[in-house]
Design a protein around this ligand. Structure first.
Ligand code: 4NP
Length: 174
């Protein structure tokens, strides 16, 4: 049994490996930060082997780039490493992933538009559905904003990922 983020104990060892994908527009700000936070949280709980984790963008604007320097800066400030090369979302992701987290309504709509069945649609969530503060809102796009907006995005993602991991752990306990 392994301590889960919610503070109780969950038998993750009997859980099938979960494939988790974070999606934003450019894949240089929000989604690679979410990917890095998620990886950090599961690694610190020795749960890395139970997850496949990636991120991508709905646009082709930055394919092959590394994340924005401000994304690296906020991750580093919180002791989180990032290692990501931008890629674009594809239809295959709807088949291959179990949980697809869209950062905002536009990303959500663009992902759902590519889905070909109800199983695909059921995998797509707004990231902030799991946020204890501001459930169902969007993760704001910080690209055109100031450094402080990257801190706000970090806080939102941190809470939302905790919320998701708590829910996942809770579902395993039933
Ligand atoms: P992201 O932010 O979707 O959080 O990576 C953006 C990055 C780039 C652009 C827009 C949003 N862009 O227009 O290039």
């Amino acid at each position: 049994m392994i301590p889960c983020p919610c503070g109780s104990f969950v038998n993750f060892s009997i859980m099938n490996k979960k494939k988790v994908l974070f999606v934003c527009l450019g894949n240089i700000c929000r989604s690679p930060l979410a990917e890095a936070i998620f990886k950090h949280k599961v690694a610190s709980r020795n749960l890395t082997d139970f997850f496949d984790i990636d991120s991508c963008g709905t646009s082709n604007y930055h394919i092959g780039d590394i994340p924005d320097p401000r994304t690296f800066a906020i991750a580093t400030k919180h002791g989180i490493k990032m290692d990501h090369i931008v890629r674009q979302f594809t239809i295959e992701d709807l088949e291959g992933y179990d949980y697809i987290f869209a950062m905002d309504e536009n990303n959500f709509k663009n992902i759902v538009k590519l889905s070909i069945n109800e199983i695909h649609k059921g995998k797509v969530f707004l990231m902030r559905e799991f946020d204890s503060q501001g459930k169902g809102k969007e993760v704001p796009d910080p690209y055109w904003g100031k450094e402080t907006e990257f801190q706000e995005v970090f806080d939102i993602l941190n809470r939302s990922i905790d919320g998701f991991l708590d829910q996942l752990a809770g579902s395993r306990q039933q």
